[in-house]
Design a binder for this molecule. Structure first.
Ligand code: SF4
Length: 381
């Protein structure tokens, strides 16, 4: 995010009376360079930026009064201009398997979902990049919701800080942290909001802050081919492809962006993903849909399609949602499909369903909340 894109413009001559009227800038959306430039514009020493940054990103502080190495006047001045506010939680559900799902409400009332999935050796946060989605993948509940807008840098980073608050994961460098991995697999297509997603991930990766390594961040795309290379060169994060079909006619139906960027182009972009190696493989996501894409022949075609590309395969049992046009493949079918995949040398290919008791399908919590509000107010959102 550039300085010009924040909604508050500050100058060294800003009077304190004006400060009270101005909307505060959320620090969660600023890189260290942005923050340094703001300090200079305010006539404050540049080193203040690093002090504030450490309090916000190392210690998770939101209250300037607790930033003990800042003098009292500086604390007062900065608190009038900046905040480190988290988005509001409008609903929180916890599964019996430990998965936590938050429905998050932003300042303008829009909502998106964020999910924490604990496992034996890692804790993964699934982050949203947009409110709703323009793509209408037919198996995806979020795809039934209209795109409202892109999330800002602060709103993307805010999901991470909110989860870390709840998991008591501050200070951020502590051993045995609970949040170890991030997947951009929540609501929205991250490559349609690339600039904000990239700026947010740089903040989260910064060694002076939360310091989650690029090896522990995975960006999942439905196949926005022109942005794939840039993502690899710029960010170097892991790439996951929402594949789900091996023929253009079927993929056009399941993942309609395929009409614009067909399989041959997508596979080519993946084969050339910067930094691809056996240590850094493409993850292919493949949702198991009964009678649609789950035959032995589909499996053979899948293995042929990705041949020669360092790959991980992720078979996802379909999570039905009210009105969904598909049902999940049977356990026997999933096992047979997985066996073939396993025999071809890909380990542990079936994703364990998590949080099934808490409206697990992505987007379902948001729809339920909208329905409840509609019933209460008679107004459609
Ligand atoms: S799968 Fe992803 S890209 Fe497709 S509709 Fe759902 S949120 Fe959008």
């Amino acid at each position: 995010m550039t300085l010009g894109s924040t909604n508050t413009v500050l100058s060294a001559t800003t009077s304190s009376a004006n400060l009270g009227l101005m909307q505060k800038t959320n620090l969660l959306g600023l890189s260290i360079n942005d923050l340094e430039a703001k300090m200079v514009m305010l006539g404050l020493p540049k080193f203040r930026a690093r002090q504030v940054w450490r309090w916000v990103w190392r210690h998770g502080l939101t209250n300037f009064d607790e930033m003990s190495d800042l003098g009292k006047p500086a604390r007062g001045q900065l608190s009038k201009i900046f905040s480190a506010d988290r988005p509001m939680v409008s609903q929180r559900l916890q599964s019996i398997d430990g998965t936590i799902k938050w429905l998050i409400r932003f300042d303008d009332g829009n909502e998106a979902e964020c999910v924490y999935i604990p496992d034996k050796t890692r804790g993964t946060l699934c982050v949203s990049s947009q409110v709703g989605c323009t793509l209408t993948c037919s198996f995806c509940h979020t795809g039934t919701q209209k795109l409202v807008r892109n999330l800002t840098v602060a709103e993307i980073c805010g999901q991470v800080t909110l989860a870390m608050d709840e998991l008591s994961d501050w200070p951020s460098g502590k051993p045995k942290r609970r949040l170890t991995n991030i997947v951009l697999m929540g609501m929205g297509e991250p490559l349609f909001n690339y600039d904000n997603v990239a700026a947010a991930m740089r903040i989260i990766m910064s060694g002076e802050g939360v310091a989650i390594s690029k090896r522990r961040i995975t960006l999942s795309t439905s196949g926005v081919v022109p942005e794939i290379k840039r993502c690899g060169e710029d960010l170097g994060v892991n790439l996951a492809i929402s594949l789900h079909a091996t023929r253009d006619d079927l993929r056009n139906e399941l993942v309609p962006i395929n009409r614009k960027y067909p399989l041959a182009e997508l596979i080519d972009a993946c084969r050339n993903y910067p930094g691809l190696s056996n240590a850094r493989r493409i993850t292919w996501e493949y949702v198991m849909l009964d009678g649609i894409n789950d035959s032995d022949e589909d499996c053979r075609a899948l293995l042929t399609l990705i041949k020669g590309i360092p790959s991980k395969l992720n078979l996802i049992p379909f999570n039905p949602w009210p009105g969904s046009p598909y049902i999940c493949s049977s356990n026997d079918r999933i096992e047979a499909f997985a066996r073939r995949v396993l025999n071809a040398g890909y380990a542990s290919p079936v994703r364990k369903p998590r949080g099934r008791d808490i409206l697990a399908a992505c987007g379902q919590l948001k729809s339920e909340s909208q329905r409840a509000r509609r019933q209460k107010t008679g107004v459609s959102f």
